[in-house]
Design a protein around this ligand. Structure first.
Ligand code: MG
Ligand code: MG
Length: 251
């Protein structure tokens, strides 16, 4: 069942979303060669908890051990932070974070360069960011969930990259994962209609190589089957009369 949010609920999500946006910026600024993903997790958790009433939504979600997901290079999503995983120059790291605040959840992700990265990695980050922007731009009244996926897919495939299909965006708010699913592929005017009060996480996961994935032996980390680099950008968005409201961008 899709749970539409009132203006009051969207305002609470926007408040949590601002804490999340600041968390993502703090983590982005902390990324450098030599830091471990476990250290980033600690920074993220402490930053979130420094805001009264805010909690790291991922901690314990389905049993996940971290406060952030940290996915390096060919890891797409759900990488487990570890003090043994030390970033090195040329890596890319996808950082995915969720915040719970006053009963509502928000979700955001970004992919960050560790020092100087290759031209193809830079291009992957730019393409994935552009795909997210296109998906958000399509999140307008009159469109359907399929229009978002079609917009994301068009940007990604025009750039010669591929969209991960095994994982999708989602409704969010009272629960971390709500209906509807928000695939990063699809056809215009298909799936659910976009209506005011719908709150969704739009989150393209883009591979330089093929779209196929596999799960590592830790049962969490999802990687590209062909070992190619993958990037992930995500915002929580509210559908509204005046156009999409990005709840997890610094206001
Ligand atoms: Mg996320
Ligand atoms: Mg999400």
């Amino acid at each position: 069942m899709i749970q539409l949010k009132s203006a009051r609920e969207i305002d609470l999500m926007a408040q949590g979303g601002q804490i999340l946006a600041a968390t993502v910026e703090t983590l982005r600024a902390a990324v450098r060669p030599g830091i471990s993903t476990g250290a980033l997790d600690k920074i993220g958790e402490e930053f979130i908890r420094s805001h009264d009433g805010a909690t790291p939504a991922f901690k314990g979600l389905y049993g996940f051990p971290g406060s952030i997901c940290s996915s390096v290079n060919s890891e797409i999503v759900h990488g487990i932070p570890s003090t043994k995983r030390v970033l090195k120059e040329g890596d890319i790291i996808s950082i995915d974070v969720g915040v719970g605040y006053k009963g509502y959840f928000t979700d955001s992700a970004t992919t960050v360069a560790v020092g100087e990265i290759s031209a193809e990695a830079k291009r992957l980050l730019a393409v994935t960011q552009r795909a997210l922007d296109a998906g958000i731009a399509a999140a307008v009244l009159g469109n359907h969930i399929g229009d978002i996926g079609a917009a994301v897919q068009a940007v990604v495939e025009a750039a010669g990259c591929s969209v991960v299909r095994d994982l999708v965006g989602h409704g969010i708010g009272v629960e971390f994962h709500e209906e509807p699913q928000v695939p990063n592929y699809g056809k215009p005017k298909r799936r659910e209609k976009l209506v005011p009060g719908l709150t969704i996480a739009i989150e393209p996961m883009v591979n330089i190589g093929g779209p196929a994935t596999k799960t590592l032996g830790d049962r969490w980390t999802i990687v590209t089957l062909d070992g190619s680099l993958s990037a992930h950008f995500e915002h929580t968005v509210a559908i509204a009369e005046g156009g999409p409201i990005v709840l997890t961008r610094i206001a």
